[in-house]
Design a protein around this ligand. Structure first.
Ligand SMILES: *Cc1c(COP(=O)(O)O)cnc(C)c1O
Length: 843
């Protein structure tokens, strides 16, 4: 108490309520915000009121750093990375900001002294679910690493009013609920009503010759919408740098308000207002599945146009010349979703800034870099020409002109090669003419990368082979990573403390330092603590599952977890075939000594993806039978945790013993869930797919459970005419499992329910489940045998963590900075706002 008073007295002169970091100041600031921002007395304040008061307390501290950063970037005219992404799957901000500010413990105390519980307050936050899965989460991890590495950067995206739907499970089926994340307000964003841009849509183009004799185009749009900037500060870990995430909300331009009164068609004008607001209304919930909807194209164009206009405005405002735009900004395209930017920057430079084609093309092709995220053909973005012409008539003209000039060059380089011209063309000429967005991204970018070594290699061999022939120097690999701040420090405080006790805390910023843990591999006390930590976390999760689903889990059992979007290529149903196989073994031989397992699933299915939804139903149906069969004696449990999102995932990854990364080889571009599991001490059972390949090399092949066909073997089997029946008829336990599903065993005798599922396996099996079945079962049997030796398992777990350093998103971002972006750290110094209203650098 005495010491506390001393800190209090020490700080009271220099600390103000908006920037001070001592416990008494923080406590006072929270109470102050409750009163003056939330407008509540403590006696009637709800937990959410206290959450908001705390969030504003933290935001004040962020703002100080954020303003210092923006100010410093502008004054020093630093080169900026602009990360263009239709998705940012951020997860809740509060806990993360406390960690990055380094005041988690102080806030914990301050909140406690106010008679509150920090965990409960943190749980109040509705996460911004502005993404579907891995791609959106990657953007969020990269924002954390950019700030932590002190790289000047802006993230640009869409402020969806409704993010990814909330998932409920009713009678075993997925039900989608609207995500009203803005319902109670969002304390982390700052609206910038003065930062707006107009975006044109539809209409037609006039061509004319201007007074200098130049050929010009004028776009008469059908509709003009306004983008309004909403900024969220993204603070780095234990640095002053805070970058901006700028998300655009669509609104009607002010002119509509006049129209409404003047044209005598008030309701008609209001209708148009609603059309404008619809653009940023809702996130499309498809993961790795293209949906050619007009509104989606409008969303993409809307946010890219606002972002490029904003970049140009910033550049000119601070004295830059339009000709040097690309020296000031590099724009990373997170998949093809923002690739319309190539045509849009050309339009802005030529039509608005009056540059000639050659200059505009040089700037454009020195601005963009493109990250490819998938090889799945159904994910490729190709817009029907009619739709494209209707929404973006001027861009279609520009794309034709880019294409004309480009194909001329190609023809010179590859004479008499119509094949390569057809494949590189920006226009696909099948029975349906389309604009190919991947080709637009490739032609307009100076760099093209895949997201894991295998994926980048397959890109150059398959979908982008001809682009690689044309410009091999553009290609590189940038293996994905995840931020250890959220995925270890925040989500796994127990493991964080154990690690830091042994090797200090530098690993949080330099994840390769985890290697020092290898020294303790034979330290029995350490290994025992390691196991204890895992068991404690499993107990926490079991507690949560009991509360929410009334299912009792055994924390001593092997927690075998598969959480990710539900997709046939990810093969959750292969996991189900294994569960039923074990179930059948126990049914035949109830006394069989097996390693008890808890199978945990989680993940959302795209609402229109029938088979994915049926797989959710199958998991729940199998769970109902297995969990309630007295012969099983609780040795197997199957749970589907509803509403898999960042918040829930932070509880799930740390609790895993076994991480399921079992996609068909060649289908998963990278995966990042695989990295989060391994970082938290889970062992992986996986195929040679995506980043699994590199994870296995890093952790050591003896610490990784490998099974299944390789990518070339998959290709070979398909070439030879794959026949799933062959596997079905020659494998008794596989046949039994499939026959059981088909018979209605798991569906109360309803043999129609899973018929589409069974038929798809027996007559198609695109993803080769039957071909990989036995290899998977054998591998799972090895997993169980190893798990029997808990000491050995713990050592393998420690080695996984010790050797996972490469998969920090800090490493990924350093690679991008060095090889593609050519940007350097720009450390920011703290600015104090002094009582006289002046800003000064802190000395
Ligand atoms: C990491 C993450 C993903 C990606 O998982 P994969 O296993 O790589 O598909 C998806 N959703 C959430 C919420 C995540 O945190």
């Amino acid at each position: 108490m005495n010491q506390l008073n001393e800190t209090f007295n020490q700080h009271i002169e220099i600390e103000d309520d908006r920037t001070g970091l001592s416990i008494p100041t923080l406590r006072r600031a929270i109470a102050d915000n409750l009163f003056y921002v939330q407008g509540k007395f403590p006696s009637i304040a709800t937990e959410n009121d206290y959450y908001m008061a705390l969030a504003y307390t933290v935001r004040d501290r962020l703002l100080q750093r954020w303003l210092a950063s923006s100010n410093s970037y502008i004054e020093n005219k630093t080169r900026m990375v602009c990360y263009l992404s239709a998705e940012f799957l951020l997860g809740p901000h509060l806990g993360n900001n406390l960690i990055n500010l380094g005041i988690y413990d102080q806030i914990h105390r301050a909140v406690e002294e106010l008679g509150l519980n920090l965990d409960i307050l943190i749980a109040q936050e509705e996460e911004p679910g502005l993404g579907n899965g891995g791609l959106g989460r990657l953007a969020a991890c990269y924002m954390d690493s950019l700030a932590t590495l002190e790289i000047p950067a802006i993230g640009y995206g869409i402020r969806y009013e409704f993010g990814i739907f909330d998932q409920e499970i009713r009678d075993g089926w997925q039900v989608e609920i609207t995500d009203k994340w803005l319902r109670y307000g969002n304390p982390w964003e700052i609206c910038r009503p003065e930062i707006t841009y107009e975006v044109k849509l539809g209409g037609y183009i006039d061509h004319y010759t201007d007074h200098n004799g130049n050929y010009r185009s004028y776009w008469h749009p059908d509709l003009v919408v306004k983008g309004v900037a909403y900024d969220t500060p993204i603070l780095g870990y234990q640095v002053t740098n805070a970058n901006t995430l700028r998300l655009w909300k669509s609104e009607a331009p002010e002119s509509f308000d006049f129209q409404a009164f003047n044209v005598g068609n008030y309701y008609g004008a209001v209708d148009k207002k609603i059309v404008c607001e619809n653009i940023s209304k809702v996130l499309y919930p498809n993961d790795e599945q293209f949906e050619g909807k007009q509104l989606r194209l409008e969303q993409q164009y809307f946010f890219v146009s606002c972002s490029l206009q904003d970049m140009i405005t910033l550049h000119l405002l601070y004295g830059g010349k339009i000709e040097t735009f690309h020296e000031k900004f590099v724009a990373q395209l997170n998949d093809t979703h923002p690739s319309i930017g190539v045509a849009e920057l050309m339009r802005l430079l030529i039509d608005d800034h009056k540059l000639n084609w050659e200059k505009a093309w040089k700037i454009t092709t020195h601005t963009f870099a493109y990250t490819n995220h998938t090889l799945l053909p159904e994910a490729l973005e190709t817009w029907g020409l009619d739709l494209f012409a209707k929404v973006l008539p001027r861009h279609l003209e520009i794309i034709y002109e880019i294409n004309r000039r480009f194909l001329e060059e190609v023809a010179l380089k590859f004479p008499n090669n119509q094949g390569i011209i057809n494949s590189l063309s920006l226009i696909g000429e099948g029975d349906r003419k389309v604009v190919r967005m991947a080709n637009l991204a490739c032609v307009g970018s100076f760099a093209i990368n895949g997201v894991a070594a295998l994926h980048s290699q397959l890109l150059t061999e398959t979908v982008l082979h001809d682009w690689y022939q044309l410009s091999p120097q553009k290609f590189s690999n940038k293996t994905n990573g995840v931020t250890p701040r959220r995925w270890i420090v925040l989500s796994n405080p127990r493991l964080t403390n154990l690690i830091s006790l042994k090797i200090g805390t530098h690993w949080i910023k330099n994840l390769d330092e985890l290697r020092k843990l290898e020294e303790f591999i034979n330290d029995d006390i350490f290994c025992k603590s390691w196991r204890q930590v895992k068991t404690d976390i499993k107990k926490d999760l079991a507690q949560k599952v009991k509360q929410q689903q009334k299912i009792i889990l055994n924390p001593e059992s092997l927690f075998d977890i598969q959480v990710k979007r539900i997709h046939e290529y990810k093969r959750q149903h292969l996991n189900v075939l294994h569960i039923i196989t074990l179930y059948n073994r126990l049914k035949k031989n109830p006394k069989l000594d097996i390693v008890p397992r808890t199978f945990i699933f989680g993940g959302k299915a795209a609402p229109g993806y029938f088979m994915a939804k049926l797989i959710i139903k199958l998991i729940n149906s199998v769970g109902e039978v297995v969990n309630n069969d007295p012969d099983i004696h609780d040795r197997l449990k199957v749970v589907f945790i509803p509403d898999y999102n960042v918040t829930n995932s932070q509880r799930i990854y740390p609790a895993a013993d076994l991480s399921e990364q079992i996609s068909t080889a060649g289908k998963e571009a990278s995966g990042t869930g695989n990295m989060k599991f391994s970082m938290n001490g889970a062992l992986t059972i996986g195929t040679l797919d995506g980043a699994n390949v590199e994870i296995r090399v890093c952790v050591g092949e003896e610490n990784f459970f490998l099974f299944g066909l390789t990518t070339p073997e998959v290709a070979q089997i398909k070439n030879n005419g794959y026949n799933p029946w062959h596997y079905y008829q020659n494998n008794a336990s596989l046949k039994e499992v499939i026959d059981q599903i088909a018979s209605g065993y798991f569906s109360h005798g309803d043999y129609n329910l899973f018929k589409p599922f069974v038929d798809s396996l027996l007559y198609d099996d695109q993803y080769l489940l039957l071909a990989d079945y036995q290899s998977y079962i054998d591998c799972q049997d090895r997993v169980a045998e190893v798990y029997r030796n808990k000491e050995h398992w713990a050592k393998m777990s420690i080695l996984n963590v010790a050797r996972i350093g490469k998969f920090s998103s800090d490493r990924s971002i350093r690679d991008y900075c060095k090889d593609i972006w050519k940007v350097h750290p720009h450390p920011v110094e703290l600015i104090d706002l002094c009582p006289d209203g002046q800003c000064r650098l802190r000395n």
